[in-house]
Design a binder for this molecule. Structure first.
Ligand SMILES: C[S@@+](CC[C@H](N)C(=O)[O-])C[C@H]1O[C@@H](n2cnc3c(N)ncnc32)[C@H](O)[C@@H]1O
Length: 237
């Protein structure tokens, strides 16, 4: 696992709304402030960069393929709900529950039929043990360190989810060059020479992902999609 740092997202420089912290990971306050700025800048999905939308739709297609004929779907950490919008618009069968900790971030999709938005953390925000045929977490894994990732994955198993998709947009392929870069970054951080960046999260290799998912209680784990930027792992209990 290696740490990642970021200066901007969706063309919004973090320094616009926060003091970047290279030592402490972006938490809920950071995301809340980010989304505040985001909704000042963008008023609808049409305002977002076209390449980003194309990419998200591509991932939505992969998810839809894995959903197959399943009906009750849970999305954990849905953000602005762009993938959820695609899923609803391209399958008349599914009912989607989408959970997101930052409040009202899903405002552009919350009035769509067959989407039930819950502002809060999984599983606490869900009323009772609902029955989901499949759950997915898209671009969320990077926020957790190893201990937190275990708690997160185990909470999914304990909730009774039998099938899970982890869509990771932060995977890396281990190499000497990457480890060397990480060591140099660490030294620069200690010397206070790596400034203006936010500690964004953790990148995991495919092997590390499989190990973490297996340890949490999932048994049947497979890689169902891989591109330069993204992997999709399917896991069944
Ligand atoms: C990179 S965004 C991805 C959003 C969305 N899934 C997508 O693909 O566009 C990461 C999201 O994870 C959410 N998040 C942060 N901590 C979380 C947690 N503990 N559980 C669930 N979601 C979390 C953030 O609020 C943010 O919306």
């Amino acid at each position: 696992m290696i740490k990642s740092y970021q200066k901007d997202w969706h063309g919004i420089e973090f320094s616009q709304f926060a003091k970047c912290d290279v030592n402490n990971i972006a938490g809920k306050d950071f995301y809340d402030k980010f989304y505040e700025t985001f909704f000042e800048k963008f008023k609808s999905f049409n305002d977002l960069e076209k390449n980003w939308i194309t990419y998200k739709n591509q991932i939505a297609k992969v998810i839809l393929n894995e959903i197959n004929n399943k009906k009750n779907i849970l999305s954990i950490g849905c953000g602005i709900g762009i993938v959820e919008k695609y899923l609803i618009e391209h399958s008349s069968k599914i009912n989607l529950t989408a959970v997101e900790p930052s409040p009202n971030v899903s405002r552009w999709v919350k009035n769509l039929e067959r989407i039930n938005i819950k502002d809060g953390y999984f599983p606490d925000v869900l009323d009772s043990k609902l029955n989901f045929d499949i759950a997915y977490a898209n671009g969320v894994d990077y926020v957790f360190n190893n201990a937190e990732y275990q708690v997160f994955l185990k909470s999914i198993v304990d909730y009774g989810i039998k099938e899970l998709l982890i869509i990771s947009v932060s995977y890396y392929t281990p190499s000497f060059k990457l480890y060397f870069k990480a060591i140099v970054k660490n030294i620069l951080i200690k010397m206070k020479l790596y400034r203006g960046r936010q500690f964004w999260g953790f990148n995991r290799s495919i092997k590390e992902q499989f190990g973490a998912i297996k340890m949490s209680g999932f048994k049947n784990i497979s890689l169902v999609y891989k591109s330069d930027s993204t992997i999709v792992i399917k896991a069944k209990t």
